[in-house]
Design a protein around this ligand. Structure first.
Ligand code: HEC
Ligand SMILES: [Cu+2]
Length: 311
């Protein structure tokens, strides 16, 4: 799993990386020259040798150094402007639209489609086809967050009441980790996500599967799990398409068991972790917006069995 500006896997990220290397090289050279100058001055000073320079010559040196500094800063500015323009030029007309809504402290992901029933909603995990430009429409429901997948694109703030768009393209298949990059409260550090870039065929298969309504539970324990989910408060916050659960303020669970983590990258999705989460979400991610709901252990086990077959 990649999460580094210096391991770019797409055209936008490659431009940011090349900008990073430019600034790094220039500032390294400047640092070396300044330190060398300092060393020379210190040696001369220790030997008690006068520089022999008149005040006028000193002023001239300072003037020259100042001018070089301005030129270097200007060069960095000009290059940054060209990088920004190049990033803007990657905007093509044939894009895939994904709406991402940031919540304290997780991400809701919705694949747009002209027909509402073809839209797909998931959480904390984006699948994208390799080589296709994706326009991510970024929204925030509460406070300011920032969407950042270092290997694929630069950061973009998600601001309540404001719609921002981030363009990215993955040129290599892989799993790229992202993270909220704007302090947004207590669990800001547990607000991660993954972007899975896969060949277009795999992506197509994935999205077709996600469009389906939730699997019908088969075994008695799974059926009991569904019953419990529909009777308890879960339905007020979570959606499971094809059931009575239609809440919109928590991660969509329709295909919950296809995801690799729970609670925005906090834990891998294993039955044990899901059980622990439902038993006491506040112990795992203190302050998060899911309340602890009292459930008998066998009821909890039934809910976990049901959730784990939501493939
Ligand atoms: C008041 C709203 C609310 C209720 C009620 C609620 N949840 Fe949640 N649930 C959330 C929120 C919000 C999250 C995301 C927390 C986070 O990651 O910060 C969540 C996360 C989860 C997750 C992890 C999902 C993922 O993909 O990360 C599972 C599983 C889950 N809830 C199951 C349940 C079950 C089962 C019930 C009923 C017993 C329930 N929830 C009741 C709000 C709620
Ligand atoms: Cu955040």
């Amino acid at each position: 799993m990649l999460q580094s500006v210096l391991e770019s896997a797409g055209i936008q990220a490659a431009r940011v990386e090349s900008e990073w290397w430019f600034i790094f090289r220039v500032t390294t050279v400047v640092t070396v020259i300044v330190l060398a100058g300092l060393a020379v001055a210190v040696r001369r000073g220790l030997r008690g040798r006068d520089t022999g320079a008149s005040e006028q010559r000193m002023l001239r040196y300072i003037g020259i150094a100042g001018a070089i500094t301005v030129v270097i800063l200007f060069a960095i500015l000009v290059r940054s402007i060209f990088t920004s323009r190049a990033l803007a030029s990657e905007r093509v007309s044939d894009v895939m639209q994904i709406e991402v809504m940031a919540y304290q402290w997780w991400w809701s992901v919705e694949y747009q489609h002209p027909e509402p029933e073809q839209r797909v909603r998931t959480a904390n995990e984006l699948h994208i086809p390799v080589g296709k430009t994706v326009a991510i429409k970024l929204l925030a429901s509460d406070v300011i967050h920032s969407f950042w997948v270092p290997s694929l694109a630069g950061k973009l703030d998600a601001i309540p009441g404001h719609e921002a768009v981030l363009w990215l393209r993955a040129d290599r298949a892989g799993v790229y980790r992202g993270q909220c990059a704007e302090y947004c409260g207590f669990q800001h550090a547990h607000m991660a996500f993954v972007v899975i870039a896969e060949p277009p065929d795999d992506f197509e298969r994935w999205i077709q599967a996600q469009r389906k309504t939730a699997n019908q539970p088969q075994s008695p324990i799974e059926q009991r799990g569904l019953q419990l989910v529909q009777q308890r408060a879960c339905v007020m916050c979570h959606t499971i398409r094809g059931t009575a659960a239609g809440g919109r303020i928590a991660p969509d669970l329709t295909h919950f068991a296809t995801r690799s983590t729970i609670a925005a990258g906090t834990l891998p999705r294993t039955p044990e972790h899901v059980n622990a989460w439902i038993s006491d979400p506040q112990a795992i991610k203190p302050g998060n917006r899911m309340p602890t709901i009292a459930l008998a252990p066998e009821d909890r086990a039934a809910i976990v069995a049901y959730l784990e077959q939501l493939r």
